[in-house]
Ligand binder design. Sequence first.
Ligand code: SAH
Ligand code: SF4
Length: 393
Amino acid sequence: MTATAPITQDVMTIPRKLPEGPVNLVGLTRDAMRAALIAHGTPEKQAKMRVGQIWQWIYQKGVRDFDQMTNLAKPYRQELAENFCIEVPEVVTRQLSEDGTRKYLVRIAGGHEVEVVYIPEEGRGTLCISSQVGCTLTCSFCHTGTQKLVRNLTAAEIIGQVMVARDDLGEWPAPGRNPKDETRLLSNIVLMGMGEPLYNFDNVRDAMKIAMDPEGISLSRRRITLSTSGVVPEIARTAQEIGCLLAVSFHATTDETRDKLVPINKRWNIAALLDALREYPKVSNSERITFEYVMLAGVNDTDEDARRLVKLIEGIPAKINLIPFNEWPGAPYKRSSNNRIHAFADIIYKAGYASPIRTPRGEDIMAACGQLKSATERARKTRAQIEAEAGLR
Ligand code: SAH
Ligand code: SF4
């Protein structure tokens, strides 16, 4: 790579381990964990069973110390401790909103920081996780899109966000408690934090597979929602390889407006996006697709827009999630009035679609959709520094 080459989507993930350090077992698929154990001396015949045991300790019981893995022989535990580690992101700050929303700032390798938001609701609790530090896309209404610093998170860093939230919620099952309990505090995951998950496909997939694994965190694929701005070529893969629910940041009903709001539309326009979405439920056995629609005063919120929207999505099993714009310092838009939002919702509802208006949560701690951005000065490095750190230079 030359010194002037721009950073690109597919070279942003830093290696999962430092050359000399122990291998982090967090984030490895079962196959990868098996291979890692064998490479460090576990007899092949035992490897599958050992993966099963270690997996349960890490993902079902929340154990971070090999010494607590009491169904493994002491010398084997020691061997593991010499070659491996169980590492999750470090929680730097934790903010609690008046409405119970929690926002965590977590630090990952290289000193980068990402935000994770926990939203308690009646009968469920949703964790909004990030897939990248910042975002390479530049949706004009999104605070994350203004952040220059970008790198993909590793699978360990993605599933690690779920693990640290469970730590904080005290939700690792105690002996005798059923881990599948539907009254869990953390019952749903949304990939709606920082970053475009489909530009970090493999790591997101591996992490979500871990979240769904029945012997660990064990969330149903219907309790995981991936939100994309519209990376069309990866949508079919999402259905095939992850199978979770899909949300799409639609936000406009003409290419002209969508080009401005969600610039990836210049690459894959509304028609191309809708084609991919039509196939999604068939391939993934999934329920409805969620169309996210941010309400921006005077930009995309007319009755005509609402009618066009209904027409565009005809035939797709869908629900439309209206998101009142969450303002951030220097944002170039204003939130549509409540009357406007309700009038828009009404048209959609009358056309036969659910049209919930998303209540902004955790506004007092800047935890609402699209407000995430790690503002630490220390993290504001140049591209050159980031690339150097990631071993790209
Ligand atoms: N990158 C992915 C997922 C993260 S954003 C995506 O774009 O889909 C999660 C949702 O919040 C998206 O629908 C996004 O468009 C929306 N959003 C971003 N900024 C917002 C803001 N300031 N107010 C309201 N919603 C916003
Ligand atoms: Fe990135 Fe999503 Fe924000 Fe667009 S809305 S800049 S894709 S995080």
